[in-house]
Ligand binder design. Sequence first.
Ligand SMILES: Cc1cc2nc3c(=O)[nH]c(=O)nc-3n(C[C@H](O)[C@H](O)[C@H](O)COP(=O)(O)OP(=O)(O)OC[C@H]3O[C@@H](n4cnc5c(N)ncnc54)[C@H](O)[C@@H]3O)c2cc1C
Length: 447
Amino acid sequence: MKKLVIVGGGGAGLTAALAAKKTASDLDITIIGCEEFSYSPCALPFVLGKEIDGFDKIATRFSDICKANKITFIQEEAVSIDEKKKTLRTKSREVPFDSLIISTGGYAVIPPIKGANLQNIYTLYRISDVEKINNAVKGAKTAVVVGGGAIGIEGAAALKHLGLKVTLVEGLEYVLCRFFGTDFLDVIENKIKSEGIDIVKGKNIEEILGDKKVRAVRVAGTEIPADLVIMATGVRSSIKLVEGTGIEVAGAIKVDERLETNIKGIYAAGDCSVTKSPLTGKYTPSLLGTTAVREGNIAGINAAGGNAIFEGVLNAMVVKIFDLEVGRVGFTEKDAAAEGIEVVVGKAKTFTKAEYFPGAKPIEVKLLFNAANEQLIGAEVIGEGGVVGKIDVLALAVSKKLSVGELTKLEYCYTPPLAPSHNGIVQAAENAHRKIMRLKERAKRTS
Ligand SMILES: Cc1cc2nc3c(=O)[nH]c(=O)nc-3n(C[C@H](O)[C@H](O)[C@H](O)COP(=O)(O)OP(=O)(O)OC[C@H]3O[C@@H](n4cnc5c(N)ncnc54)[C@H](O)[C@@H]3O)c2cc1C
């Protein structure tokens, strides 16, 4: 019986195991993982903020999942790989494999800031982090969250839900600025501030102050009081396991479109790996749960003898900021400029249901088209509902390289209590189409 070994049982590893089982039911599958429970880290901020009632709602024992699916589970750390012998070592044993999937995830990074080793400074990455933050919150009044990415914003919102005075510190000019254009970022920041979270941005932390325990964070000479600090300062791929092997890395494990590394029979998926963007053809980090699951599925099929292709990452993501939903996929204007691509932007403001229907909320769609070939290359959607469905459609549209003309003809559904008669994607495409037509006419006149 052929043996598939999977290291790491997160979104990528567990999905890979289940996909492999479906592809070849007689495969002998072993998951080697450090943790006792399977859970989605994406749910942690909501457990912290008590929107989800406890860890038992999000975590399932690995041993139960594996038993139900006839998969062997070894709760140990994998420490080395011998790719020639086709074996993997844990501290206590050597495990042979015919194929191997590495899905070791990532780890939270704390930059070398003076005072970062004080007590009550945490990352927000694992259940154990949230347990520690839960303890620190008792009796705390103030908190600083460092890092204005999605994890930082969700962490800040969670602490606000718990009644703390929260300051979000971001070194760049905007929170979430890697993911959205500045027009949407103003709306996002205004929402965060209107919910009572202070934002300090464009300035880096100089020092974390305190005796044993943190007391304040100093940013550009100003001391911000903090009984606790969450450092949401980035995530890196866990690639220690492949050190000393011939497996190629570029910050993360490089894989091809079958998610195979440069070593035959060894695959990688999820946060520990990196695949190419269909927009640029370049290796592009993702570090998203959706990417981990999609990659896990493809790696599992291929490691079990199937043949599935991963079409790349467009980094479709959505974040809920109190009652505001913000989503994006593909390029921002900044990304396009970095690739030397001139864009035409189409925008539309519509509603989540017919405007007259009780409970209708505004929703705004922004589409980015490559001015040279009129293809959709990026999209952003912001509103108080309905964002996910639009981003999913737009992710497909970007990946299929749909043109502005094709998007103006998109078929959609309508009923007053659920959707307006005029669709935001179509209207934004029409807006861009008119701009492109005007540009073409102007070019004709001047030629
Ligand atoms: C707070 C937070 C919120 C997030 N929110 C979202 C979101 O809303 N949407 C989204 O798309 N993404 C989100 N993400 C990102 C998402 O959680 C990750 O991209 C996803 O979990 C990665 O899955 P993975 O399987 O690659 O890695 P992980 O889930 O990190 O799993 C890796 C596993 O491998 C184990 N492991 C590592 N090394 C070894 C070893 N040597 N031996 C044995 N086991 C090992 C680890 O213990 C871990 O269990 C969020 C992340 C965090 C932290």
